[in-house]
Design a protein around this ligand. Structure first.
Ligand SMILES: Cc1ncc(COP(=O)(O)O)c(C=O)c1O
Length: 402
């Protein structure tokens, strides 16, 4: 063996600084273990996790159903190429199709890859049915991933500017403004892609008619509506998919994050008429991998079988009423945004970083989604007691600013 690896917090963090491209702004904590809604660092300190790997650990850390499925599948078949049929991916597709308005699935490994695939599908549709139309309308403050095309789709200057010139064919317009989408639509437009609630953009909920109006516009123009449910899907907002709450059916939907409860997997699903790929036109080595699909299948079965979306709806209301009490007490809280267990607390000034660090110190993980906003996206299996604990920590920290 070569050089000895560090065994305490300081060494791991120093090693990371030497070895990694410094892209991640990490908090000074080395996590080594997780169970349910709790994680522990290398020094044994416990944290209540209201970040959940960025809305990924839907069933919490190391959920027994997921661990069992992974263990059994790891002992059976881990990987096989998509040249062959494998059973977990077919079972997963069946469950997704039976529980959504979509008819066909493609599995991949991340959110960005799911969106890339969805855009390729829309372009293919444009080539076949819309005289070669290829442009996709997207919104400001969106987040669709880090590949070059998804950076072009993501309407945020800070992600785009370092990489210009970007792939063409993406038109970014204002969110929650149907007029902006109409004005940007041309004969070259093949699709609109957007998040039903913008997650990374700060937990922004559009007007209740927005998605309905976009749906009607897409139908009128014969173009496709792609909903990016990578953050909102799999029960996070109180229904299995967020589109159910606005009664709008997408032509294509993308998923990742909570789909595997921590195991990397992405997917895009399409209605029959939009499912236009021919053999060989899209593919992935690991996409639909039996191990990832077994974890995802166990997650989805648990989510559906235990009415997790219904519980999330209740817990979201419970959490929101607790946040409302904080808002009444602290005049520097100006807004509570979100739905289900995707919530944000907006401040009148840029104090989110300071609050995040103070929470960390007190054993609560939260996310600074904007300089003036905290985001909460805990595992979907948290309890009212966990919420009370988080609210108690927040209240103590916010009280210091009175
Ligand atoms: C709505 C949305 N789309 C896409 C992505 C990208 O997913 P990934 O990081 O898995 O590529 C994210 C990640 O935060 C997201 O929130």
């Amino acid at each position: 063996m070569g050089q000895q690896l560090g065994s305490n917090t300081e060494n791991w963090q120093e090693l990371e600084k030497k070895l990694f491209m410094q892209t991640a702004k990490r908090l000074p904590v080395t996590l080594v273990h997780g169970q349910g809604a709790r994680v522990w660092d290398i020094e044994g300190k416990e944290y209540l996790d209201f970040v959940a790997g960025w809305a990924v650990n839907s069933l919490g850390h190391c959920h027994p159903a997921v661990v069992k499925a992974l263990t059994e599948q790891a002992n059976t078949l881990i990987q096989a190429s998509n040249q062959f049929y494998t059973i977990p991916q077919i079972q997963l597709a069946k469950l997704l199709v039976n529980n959504s308005c979509l008819n066909r699935a493609f599995f991949c490994n991340s959110g960005a890859e799911a969106n890339e695939g969805a855009i390729k599908l829309a372009r293919r549709y444009g080539k076949l049915h819309l005289d070669g139309a290829y442009e996709v309308i997207t919104t400001y403050e969106s987040f669709h991933g880090r590949t070059l095309a998804m950076v072009a789709a993501t309407g945020q200057d800070k992600f785009q500017e370092p990489y210009t010139p970007l792939p063409n064919g993406f038109i970014n317009v204002e969110y929650d403004n149907i007029g902006a989408i109409k004005a940007a639509t041309t004969t070259q437009t093949c699709a609109v892609i957007l998040e039903p609630i913008q997650g990374e953009g700060g937990v922004n909920i559009p007007d209740s008619n927005y998605l309905k109006e976009i749906r009607a516009w897409c139908d009128q123009k014969g173009i496709l509506l792609i909903l990016d449910e990578i953050q909102t899907g799999i029960g996070r907002t109180g229904t299995l998919f967020a589109y159910e709450q606005v009664d709008v059916e997408p032509d294509i939907m993308t998923l990742a994050k909570g789909l595997g409860s921590g195991v990397p997997i992405g997917a895009f699903l399409a209605k029959q008429r939009a499912s236009v790929f021919a053999p060989g036109e899209h593919g992935s080595t690991f996409g639909g991998n039996p191990l990832a699909c077994a974890a995802s299948l166990a997650t989805l079965q648990f989510v559906i079988g235990n009415d997790i979306p219904g519980k999330v709806k209740h817990l979201g209301q419970y959490f929101t009423s607790g946040l409302e009490k904080l808002k009444q007490k602290f005049n520097f809280i100006d807004e509570i945004r979100g739905c289900g267990l995707l919530l944000a607390l907006g401040f009148t000034t840029d104090i989110a970083e300071e609050i995040t660090l103070a929470c960390l110190e007190k054993g609560l993980l939260v996310n600074r989604v904007k300089p003036n906003a905290l985001r909460f996206m805990p595992p979907l299996i948290i309890t009212e007691k966990d919420i009370d604990e988080a609210l108690g920590i927040l209240e103590k920290i916010l009280s210091r600013r009175l």
